[in-house]
Design a protein around this ligand. Sequence first.
Ligand code: ADP
Length: 474
Amino acid sequence: RSRRRWWRVVRAVDEFEEAALTPVGRLKQVVDAMAVEMHAGLASEGGSKLKMLLTFVDSLPDGSESGIYYALHVGGTYFRILRIQLGGQKSILGHDVERKPIPQHLMTRTSEEFFDFIALSLKEFVERTGNNSQYSQVRGKGLGFTFSFPVKQTSLSSGTLIKWTKGFSIDDMVEKDVVECLQRALSRRGLDINVAALVNDSVGTLAVGHFYDKDTVAAVVIGTGTNACYLERADAVIKCQGLLTTSGGMVINMEWGNFWSSHLPRTSYDIDLDADSHNSNDQGFEKMISGLYLGDIVRRVICKMSLVSDIFGPFSSKLATQFALSTPLMAAMHEDDTPDLSEVAKILEETLDIHDVPLKARKLVVKVCDVVTRRAARLAAAGIVGILKKIGRDGTGGITSGRVKGVKSGKMRRTVVAIEGGLYTSYTVFREYLNEAVAEILGEEIAPYVILKEMEDGSGIGAALLAASNSARS
Ligand code: ADP
């Protein structure tokens, strides 16, 4: 009897694996769907689940910038202030960072109180870092502002808050210009700093990538959530007729977490996860790829395994709790290299309250982690190649032109994609699956031209770099 039940566990895992398969043929369908959706999102407002937002960033840092610049990141329970000293020739001479919690009560009061607190903290930071620096005589003028809430950007240095998320609700700020609010608070505190750029964090990653390497054309963030941006030709932004930029280009913030296609290998666990989420029918791609969700998909499969058999002992109520298994813990089980999988046993016990799981069942748990992570990494890879296809850098010539611009015609150029975020930087197996899948989709002839580069703290440094490259011109 228990033998029959064991096979029910194996069958549940097999069925999941089958439904989550990502053979290269399917990935290529996702590549095509991504390129098509990008096109549709650029053609008209609301033309696709991909918003394809204009960022008003038309030129990226190239390493020649010099001087002192600041960045401010507001996006969660902590905010970060950063200062860099640029010395031209791609050199960052100094780099100071401070991270501070935002007092809970300020998250629901008035915009004036909120920004006053930020401005005061910035002022203290400027005075402190200014004093112990050999560059103290150089006054910093530009600040890049990363504000990770939904904003409708109206120029490089203005944008209105659409709505608060993540527990914030400062009502008087909704529909106000966030840069103006910050700038006013800075003047109230007597700080002579100009908010030169309002920056999405993926755009920051692209800026850092381009600062070091001019062949960088796209950036991807895969952390708690996921997003991507890339450099598009201004005349390809059809929904904005006559968009004129000095460079002829414009960085587009794709908001790719919301991408959807029928080609995505969706399982019953994904459907349940979506239904239980506070934003069902939204962020479908993100829910298959990013750190907030991967652990929970694994938890759902283990839950099913536990329901169909007694191999996991009595049903644990923790196992039924949403988000009880975080992605870093899931990764730790996946990467457990002890011969008897003792790390897996420990995490099942301590996190999910499941005890004395036999080795063969622990092996299956590792397999589930592998299926979830492999699918996530390979889908992210397909998304990246989708971007390359849209801009004609995948060796096939892009979706609008019939011409073949591949290697054979001698036009294939070195192309760099900057990648940031905890999943890519800290989860080795994820990174390896992603890198491998990009090469597999592109094929051995094209793959050597495409380089994925890990970026550290792009959202911080990148915002300061954009302040630098845009202050220099004005
Ligand atoms: P954020 O996206 O929250 O700004 P990060 O880019 O650092 O910040 O990403 C953090 C996310 O990355 C975490 O939510 C977690 O899901 C994931 N993560 C971090 N470290 C690891 C790890 N070692 N293994 C797997 N996932 C990790």
